[in-house]
Every structure is written in structure tokens, then in C-alpha cells.
Design a protein around this ligand. Structure first.
Ligand code: MG
Length: 387
């Protein structure tokens, strides 16, 4: 299927793993996509290089200390440069944008995503934390504004692809696949001593540091369970996690007649990125193809919830609702950052999360302000626990 009208993109987090792969998709389909906005946190050099190549109208560098560097490089090209968090939230409202791809890391994705939805932009969502923290608020706002949220997370893209043509049929169950991460099959004794270098080596996916650690602790899967609940409107007992170490089946949907659809392919984030940007069309790609002869065995097993407690904690937070998932997320973001500084042990990450969930005040129907405060206060509490 071809796309007649060019789609104009804002890529938030363009220098990260998803952002750079999104630009690769763009460069393969210049007849379909146009880059209007690029934003980056710190990587000024790459941002300048990307802007010189893709010629957006506007770039934002979050780190204000890098503003002068970026501005002086891009001003001669006629590219407007802004800096700071407010600028990111502001640029998503530009009239010249059709799709906002949110590939920011963690909680920082929330406010810009809300602003983009408020101004009616289609969302290509790579920032799962946005839905974990404030899923009810974000999906409610999207419904109110008639805005579509297309998932980029490979599992949710898989579910979405299984749902195409089925939207009037009820989901009986979603089966989220998990690779199990680098420590699959290990016990707590082993995990006690693991260092960040081992945790940063994911067997199948090449991703940013935060999500790679989340994959090793299974928190990533926990966050994805909550993300699936909000994206597809299912309840907790309708989401099952299955460990599938080869990462070929990206997730499955079971319908009311018992039939299961699966979406599969090599683990390659460019496919879900491209699908989110081109939906409902599929564009050609030269990405490597899956071959059954390379994978004679696709295997499946139950997740080990006793060793990897984060997945269980995520289910708990989801069941408690209110601001609990926001607490879970903030505690985890702090714990992972501190683990990367060797200040928390691998198993200590779930201790921090569990402690914060037990100690932070519960709010049953949080407003946006409540989420902002919960996030801020949980971070302080998490650091206190770590000290
Ligand atoms: Mg995923």
C-alpha cells in the first residue's frame, strides 16, 4: 500500500537507540517521511549531525549548557534551536507536525506526550513509562481528543499487528513474550554478585542502558504488562507472560474462540518503528529475514517470579491502581540509575521498589499534579532508602 501525503515527524530522543533507528527508517523512505523536529538530551554532536542531514525546522537540546554549541552549528542552516524541558513540551504542539514519536527515557516522556495528545498529534509511543505512570489519564485524554497511540515497543506492536482487522473482536488473553534477559535460569545466589557489565549484555536486543537493566531484572516485562493493560483495555488476569528466549515470537493474542495469533520475525526494532509510522500501510524493507532453518527450536517457559521479583511487584502495583504504578516506576528509575553507579546491588533494585511501594502514600484517583508529586517524592524516598 502506498502513502500519498507525506508524514511530518517530531522525534523526541533522536540520538538514542530508538531515535537513531527511526531516522534510519526515515532515510529509507524519504518519499513518505519528513523530519520537522528532533530533540536530544545531551548528545549535541550527534544531534547536530542528524539535523544537518535531515533538515528539521526545529531542534531542542535538553541540556542548556550545550545550547550555544548546537545553536552556532545549526543557525547557518536556518534551523531553529531551543533548549530545556519546557521547549520539548512546547514544540510538540507545532502545526507542522503529524506524528510525535516519543523515545524519551523514563518519566521524562510524560509531559511532552500529554501536550502532543492535547494538540491532536498521532503518537508513536516508544516511551512505555508514560503509560505505566499515568495510563488512565493519558489514554482517557487520547480518547477525548480522538488521538491514536501506536505502540513501538516490539511486544505491543506485535499485539497491535495481531489486532489489525480484529478490532470488533474481544481479546480473551494477551500473551506477552519475554526473552528472560541475560540471567534467565540463574538463582538469587548468582544474582547477588552480578555487576552492571554483565547486566548490560542483553542476549537478543541492542538497547539503551535503562531498558537493558530493566530487561535483566524483568521490570521491563512488568512495565510492559501495565502498558498492555492501558493500550488494549484488558484486565490483569488477561495478560500472561511467557519466557521465549529466542525472541522470535514478539507476542500473541488469544481470541474468544480460543484461536491464538502470533506476530514473529527477527528481533529488529526497525520493524515496529516503521509499522507505527506507516500504519495502516506496510512499507517495503530490506531488513534481514527470519529463517526457520536458523531456529529449529522455539521454546517457551514460565517466568521465575521468585528470583525476579520485579515482575511480581509490577503486577501488584497494577492491581493496587491509583498512583502505585507511578511509585513503582520512579523507585525503579532511581534504583537502576544507582545500580549503574555501583551504589545498589542487582537484587537491591527490587528491594528499593518494594520498600517505596510499601512506604509512599497511596492516592486512589490521582490528578496530573498528584503524579508529578508522587514521582518527585518517591525519588527522594528511594534515595533515602539507598543511603
Ligand atoms: Mg519490549
Amino acid at each position: 500500500m502506498s502513502i500519498e501525503v507525506k508524514r511530518r515527524l517530531a522525534i523526541l530522543g533522536s540520538t538514542g537507540s530508538i531515535g537513531t533507528q527511526a531516522l534510519e527508517v526515515v532515510s529509507r523512505h524519504p518519499e513518505v517521511f519528513e523530519v520537522e523536529v528532533l530533540t536530544a538530551m545531551n548528545n549535541a554532536d550527534l544531534l547536530i549531525e542528524q539535523a544537518a542531514r535531515y533538515r528539521p525546522n526545529v531542534v531542542v537540546i535538553l541540556n542548556e549548557e550545550k545550547y550555544d554549541l548546537v545553536q552556532s552549528a545549526l543557525d547557518p542552516l536556518g534551523i531553529k534551536v531551543y533548549s530545556g524541558e519546557k521547549a520539548i513540551s512546547g514544540v510538540v504542539e507545532m502545526d507542522t507536525i503529524d506524528i510525535v514519536l516519543t523515545a524519551l527515557v523514563g518519566y521524562s516522556g510524560l509531559q511532552p506526550t500529554i501536550n502532543a495528545i492535547r494538540s491532536g498529534k498521532t503518537i508513536a509511543l516508544a516511551n512505555k513509562e508514560t503509560l505505566v505512570v499515568a495510563g488512565e489519564l493519558v489514554t482517557g485524554l487520547a480518547r477525548e481528543k480522538g488521538v491514536n497511540i501506536y505502540p513501538i515497543d516490539s511486544e505491543h506492536s506485535a499485539i497491535f499487528q495481531c489486532m489489525v482487522g480484529e478490532f470488533h473482536n474481544n481479546i480473551e488473553k494477551i500473551i506477552l513474550t519475554a526473552s528472560g534477559g541475560p540471567f534467565r535460569g540463574r538463582d538469587r545466589n548468582y544474582l547477588q554478585k552480578v555487576k552492571k557489565e554483565e547486566a548490560l549484555k542483553h542476549p537478543n536486543w541492542d538497547m539503551g542502558a535503562k531498558i537493558t537493566i530493566d530487561s535483566a531484572t524483568l521490570m521491563n516485562k512488568g512495565l510492559e504488562v501495565i502498558e498492555a493493560k492501558w493500550l488494549f483495555g484488558v484486565e490483569k488476569d488477561q495478560i500472561e507472560v511467557v519466557v521465549h528466549p529466542q525472541s522470535i515470537i514478539h507476542s500473541m493474542v488469544q481470541f474468544e474462540d480460543g484461536s491464538i495469533k502470533a506476530q514473529m520475525g527477527l528481533p529488529d526494532m526497525r520493524i515496529p518503528i516503521q509499522f507505527a509510522l506507516s500504519y495502516p500501510s506496510r512499507l517495503v524493507s530490506e531488513f534481514p529475514r527470519f529463517s526457520f532453518s536458523d531456529y529449529p527450536n522455539l521454546t517457551f517457559e514460565k517466568p521465575d517470579l521468585e528470583t525476579f521479583r520485579n515482575l511480581g511487584l509490577a503486577y501488584e502495583a497494577m492491581n493496587k491502581k491509583g498512583n502505585s504504578p507511578c511509585i513503582l516506576n520512579a523507585a525503579n528509575e532511581v534504583a537502576v540509575a544507582e545500580f549503574l553507579k555501583d551504589r545498589v546491588s542487582f537484587l537491591g533494585i527490587s528491594d528499593v521498589v518494594e520498600n517505596c511501594l510499601a512506604k509512599m502514600p497511596y492516592i486512589s484517583s490521582p490528578t496530573l499534579e498528584d503524579y508529578v508529586n508522587t514521582d518527585k517524592e518517591t525519588r527522594i524516598k528511594a534515595l533515602e532508602i539507598i543511603e
